[in-house]
Design a protein around this ligand. Structure first.
Ligand code: ATP
Length: 558
């Protein structure tokens, strides 16, 4: 089956595909030469002529050459496969990084990048080259056979055409069922990843058995879909096989009839018998290649979808230099989440470089949306955000991350050493700087208490740490960033009020004179060091003032 989208993708490796196809053609040529050599040897033996030794020598040489070509073709295909996998996965990863967090589905992306790409590799390295072989070899063999026995040649030609063309009648249906199956497969993959990530939560609510039942029901449905598709695919193979068997039998019968009627010789009949085998061998191999590659074919929609979803991510600018200062401005910024119709409206803010701003407001008011807008996870529908006087849409990805660091409420830690996690924003940070950042974030003692201190490798997402310890590590990590704007988005919410105040104080002290700090919080006490504050309500700036957050504003925060 040919798919337009896959052919476009194949363009990137068309040279290698043509190379594997050329080796396939050479191999088919050797198969045919081997068949002819056998026919010649049989004729020599039957006639008792002197050519027997020569024919056997030719047979040996062709067999050796065949083994060599198989080895070269398989190693070339393996190299092509590795290159296809690397290119496709790199391309998908670039797209996945660009997808805004709201649209990202890790389980689905993993299914496309792992199983889909594996299937596509088989499509490119086996199916497409074999398709080229099928377009050339049967026609050549038919021509050779016609030269020996025209009737047998015509029978072979008709059978070969039916064997190649008839299965195409099932293509549309196969593609449709393949899509349905792939949908189910990615959904299962997505649910599986989600359940794995939240096993503790499922356990707490006694829901592990229910989740397992759900996954097993989905797995069963997937098995039924897979079997259905396999059955359909086998019907296609059976039709093709029937045409090939009937064609070979007809060709041999015609050749034998010609011999018995006195119109042909025995050697020609043997040659027809062997050529019939070589005529259909590529078609049979194509069937096997199809079964290896059809999973990838059904993944093509997911692949396409992933490529399309890249457009949801904001497009980065070309400015490589980070913001010159931490002056942060929101000028009439509005954003609405299409799914809920909620967001922020006409937000106007100005935080001078090196000032600290506290952002307060009730849950769902739109505070985190402001942070997401500054890190360009989403872009405003209207208005402009500037850092250091530069429209943030002008920065390239590296310059933006060197201009603003955001610490979210639920930070992600990697299964790397603590030191490597902390150096995420600045890999060149010296050990002393790493330790200093950890001290400011009040997490140095926690790290020192780990079995190998800063070299302790964390479990997935820092599973061996408490929520508050994870948050403090994330703050230390952001402190190492050179960005002149630091946003703490309820980054200390898991700490008690006293620890939270202490850390925010330490962060403000470390930032004094050079870094702008925005503290998004529910607690008035967290904003005690702020130079000014804004209260967000229902997506709008409802109140603002200079100095720390007044305690009278406590009511707003609940
Ligand atoms: P909290 O203090 O509870 O974290 P918040 O003030 O930070 O709340 P936001 O997260 O900014 O609130 O959300 C503002 C509004 O936008 C909420 O009403 C929420 O339902 C909606 N919202 C947030 N994220 C999304 C999203 N990904 N898709 C659709 N709507 C969203």
């Amino acid at each position: 089956m040919i798919h337009r989208r896959l052919l476009e993708l194949a363009g990137a490796v068309s040279g290698a595909i043509a190379g594997v196809a050329a080796l396939g053609l050479l191999l088919s040529g050797l198969h045919i030469a081997f068949a002819m050599a056998i026919a010649a040897a049989v004729a020599a033996i039957v006639s008792g002529g002197p050519g027997v030794v020569g024919s056997v020598a030719v047979l040996g040489a062709v067999a050796a050459a065949r083994a060599l070509v198989v080895w070269v073709r398989d190693t070339t295909a393996a190299r092509l496969g590795a290159s296809v996998r690397v290119r496709l996965r790199a391309r998908l990863l670039t797209r996945a990084v660009g997808i805004s967090a709201t649209d990202r589905d890790s389980g689905r992306i993993a299914a496309i990048a792992i199983d889909g790409v594996d299937g596509l590799e088989a499509y490119f390295t086996r199916y497409l080259p074999q398709l080229i072989v099928v377009l050339v070899v049967p026609a050549t063999v038919v021509a050779l056979t016609v030269g020996r026995d025209p009737t047998a040649g015509v029978a072979l030609g008709i059978a070969a055409a039916v064997a190649v063309i008839a299965p195409r009648a099932w293509d549309a249906r196969l593609l449709r069922t393949g899509r349905e199956r792939w949908e189910r497969f990615t959904r299962l993959s997505s649910d599986f990843v989600e359940s794995l990530e939240h096993i503790p939560l499922l356990r707490i609510f006694g829901a592990t058995a229910r989740a397992a039942d759900r996954l097993s029901a989905e797995g069963d449905a997937l098995r039924r879909d897979t079997m259905g598709q396999l059955r359909l695919s086998l019907v296609e193979t059976a039709v093709s096989a029937l045409a090939m068997h009937l064609g070979a039998a007809a060709a041999v019968i015609f050749a034998t009839l010609a011999v018995s009627g006195g119109d042909g010789d025995g050697a020609a009949a043997v040659a027809v018998l062997l050529l019939a085998r070589e005529c259909f061998r590529p078609v049979q191999d194509l069937g096997a290649c199809w079964h290896a590659g059809y999973l990838g074919l059904s993944a093509v929609d997911g692949l396409d979808e992933l490529q399309r979803s890249s457009s949801t991510a904001p497009r980065m600018g070309g400015r490589p230099r980070p913001a010159p200062t931490g002056l942060l401005e929101f000028e009439g910024v509005s954003f609405t989440y299409p799914a809920t119709g909620r967001g922020v409206r006409d937000v106007r803010l100005r935080v001078e470089a090196a000032e600290t701003l506290a952002v307060i407001g009730p849950s769902g008011a739109g505070k985190s949306t402001l942070a997401r807008l500054v890190e360009r996870d989403i872009d405003p529908d209207a208005g402009i955000i500037r850092i250091g006087g530069v429209d943030i849409r002008d920065f390239d990805r590296v310059a933006l991350s060197a201009s603003v660091a955001v610490v979210p409420q639920d930070p992600v830690l990697f299964a790397w050493s603590v030191r490597d996690n902390l150096r995420l924003c600045r890999p060149s940070a010296a050990d002393a700087e790493v330790e200093q950042a950890a001290r400011v974030a009040d997490v140095h003692d926690v790290i020192a208490g780990l079995p190998e201190g800063y070299d302790t490798v964390l479990s997935e997402n820092g599973g061996q740490l408490s929520g508050g310890q994870r948050q403090r590590l994330a703050i230390a990590r952001a402190l190492l960033s050179p960005a002149p704007v630091l946003i703490l988005d309820e980054a200390t919410s898991a700490l008690d009020a006293e620890s939270e105040r202490r850390i925010v104080d330490a962060v403000a002290t470390a930032a004094a004179g050079w870094r702008t700090v925005v503290v998004i919080t529910h607690r008035a006490s967290t904003g005690a060091r702020a130079d000014h504050w804004v209260a967000i309500e229902d997506g709008r700036v409802a109140a603002r003032g200079r100095g720390p957050v007044p305690t009278s504003r406590g009511a707003v925060l609940r």
